[in-house]
Structures are given as C-alpha cells and as structure tokens.
Design a protein around this ligand. Structure first.
Ligand SMILES: NC(=O)c1ccc[n+]([C@@H]2O[C@H](COP(=O)([O-])OP(=O)(O)OC[C@H]3O[C@@H](n4cnc5c(N)ncnc54)[C@H](OP(=O)(O)O)[C@@H]3O)[C@@H](O)[C@H]2O)c1
Length: 292
C-alpha cells in the first residue's frame, strides 16, 4: 500500500512539478472570503514558496472571490517558466460567501475567462472541474455535460489540461471516457482515506492525485498517535501528516494551505522527513473508515 518510490517530482499534464506544492486558498480573508488580513504577508508567502522551489500552486477564482488569483499575479508575475498554476471552476460565491454550484455552460465559460484575466494568463495550464452535486462531498451523477463544456474550452486553446475535483471513482471513469484527465483533486488525508483504491488506480495510470485538506482543512488534524509519532521523530504533527502523504503513493502531489511563512517552511521541510516502519504502522491506526 505504501510506495517505496519517494521521487520528489511527478508529471502533471506534460509538466514536471515538485511534489511539494502550495495551496493558495488560505490567502483570502476569513472563510476564504474578501481580502487577506495581512496583504503583504500573503504576497510574501507566495514569493517565498516559489523561491523555495515550489512550482505547483493550486488556486481558484472563487477564493475571495478573485482575491487569491490577483494576489498570485501581483506576487509572482511575470511567472517563472517552470511554474504550474492549477485552478478550478464549477462553483461561485454569493454576497454572504456561501459556496454554490456553477456548472452551466455560461458559468464555466465565464469562470475560465475570469481565471485568465485575474491570473494574467493567455492559457490556463490545468483546470479542475469541481463537481458540487451535494454540499457534503462527492455524490454520484453524470458529469458529462459540464466536462464536455470544459473539453470544448480546451479545444479552443484556453485550457491545456483538465482535472476533476470532488468526484467519485465512477465519475473519474466517466470523465476519462470523455477526455484526458491529468489529475484528480479530492478530500484525502491520514484520517480520511475513502479514496485509497482510487489513488492506487490513478498511480498505475500515471495520473496525479492531489489531496485537498491534506492537513485536515479548516480544523487541522489532531490525534494523540500523530503527536506521539511527531515527538519521537523530532518533527511537528503537520510534518508527519505530510510526510505520510508523500510516501503514500508516487502520484500524490501536496498542496498544503497556509497564510504563514513559518508554516510554509515547516510544510516544505516535511518532504525530507523519513518515516520508519514502526511510525507507519502507528499512523495506520488513525484512519477512520468513511463511506460515500
Ligand atoms: N477542490 C476542492 O474542493 C478544494 C477544497 C479545499 C481546498 N482545496 C485546495 O487544497 C489546498 C489545501 O487545503 P486547505 O488549505 O483547505 O487545508 P489544509 O492544507 O489541510 O490545512 C490548512 C489549515 O492548516 C493550517 N496549517 C497549515 N500549515 C500548518 C502547520 N505547519 N502547522 C499548523 N497549522 C498549519 C492553516 O492555517 P495557517 O494559515 O495558520 O497556516 C489552515 O488552517 C487549498 O489551499 C486549496 O488550494 C481544494
């Protein structure tokens, strides 16, 4: 189950990225809504991430909305040649910051253009179609209609590669029959392992799996086992959680989100942390069975 291959890079679309990336969602204001509390700090986090070797940044124009993409552009444009910015479409925010599905052809087309404009790009390297059929997580249902729209935007040259987010294995299979899928971005971490079989299947086919909430999300992971293992390894619990993901499969790309430079440094250092076999055995006990 745990891969021996600890390669530090992976091919996403047709670009090689470092498996230690960065998720930009935490840069917007509270609740991923409005401007950041500390704008200069947000710009510094992005600049330090790239200066430290991050060449894969995950974002969306519905973070803020528009705020996170504009910060990325301000902090990093003109972009380094090796930087891959991955965005997602399929949701929108209302005036109170609620997250609503936005999967109509018009909404998807507008979202691609919003991302292009706010990021200052002519083409988006990877766009994840974020499926929201149920507020509580992935739910079965055909994704053919919105994915066909995104594939058409790709054919028009606005999008280079397509990924899927918040999807079931059946939807991934359906998506792969419609167009080439470069990556899948779903909720997965040490304690939430519904996607174990899907990760292995995608690894066999060379498709990236990008866990969102790798640290547990809005409520970061807390576990006495995690704390004990971390203390033994002279690391932090979040570093152990990331090191475990890094080792879990070679196609896993890390996009931990943080608005803090100290946390960014800590998270990037996790790629160097080696987990001995007894730590891996202990950490396996954290997994809770969850059903879809
Ligand atoms: N496709 C989707 O539906 C979807 C959904 C959610 C997220 N995402 C993407 O996935 C990325 C990662 O998810 P996420 O940011 O929601 O959750 P996450 O990475 O699991 O956790 C982020 C939380 O952990 C804290 N944190 C980060 N590093 C830490 C450290 N070293 N020590 C202690 N606390 C730490 C952050 O606070 P600080 O800011 O204080 O560090 C924040 O509260 C996002 O940035 C976004 O790009 C995608």
């Amino acid at each position: 189950m745990l891969a021996a291959d600890q390669s530090k890079t992976f091919t996403l679309g047709n670009r090689t990225v470092n498996r230690s990336g960065y998720g930009a969602m935490q840069l917007a204001g509270p609740g991923v809504f409005g401007p950041p509390k500390d704008r200069d700090a947000a710009l510094s986090v992005l600049q330090e991430a790239v200066a430290s070797g991050v060449n894969h940044i995950d974002t969306s124009d519905f973070y803020g909305p528009h705020v996170t993409n504009r910060l990325i552009r301000e902090a990093l444009a003109p972009y380094p040649d090796d930087l891959v910015i991955v965005t997602k479409i399929g949701a929108r925010r209302d005036n109170e910051g609620s997250w609503l599905p936005a999967l109509s052809p018009e909404a998807l087309t507008t979202a691609v253009h919003d991302n292009l404009r706010n990021l200052g790009l002519d083409v988006l390297e990877v766009v994840n179609l974020r499926i929201m059929l149920n507020p509580h997580g992935p739910a079965e249902g055909s994704i053919e209609a919105p994915l066909t729209v995104l594939a058409e935007l790709q054919r028009r040259g606005l999008v280079r590669h397509i990924g899927l987010s918040n999807v079931t294995p059946a939807q991934v299979a359906e998506g792969r029959r419609i167009c080439e899928i470069a990556c899948v971005q779903n909720h997965y971490n040490l304690a939430h392992r519904t996607d174990d079989p899907l990760i292995d299947e995608l690894a066999r086919d060379g498709i990236a799996y990008v866990p969102f909430f790798p640290l547990g999300g809005f409520t970061p992971l807390q576990s006495s086992i995690l704390s004990e293992v971390a203390a033994r390894l002279n690391a932090t619990p979040m570093q152990v959680a990331l090191a475990w993901l890094f080792r879990r499969a070679p196609n896993i790309l890390l996009i931990p989100g943080t608005s803090s430079i100290a946390h960014l440094r800590e998270n990037l250092a996790a790629a160097e942390l080696k987990l001995p076999p007894d730590a891996i055995t202990a950490l396996a006990r954290i997994a809770v069975s969850s059903t879809r």
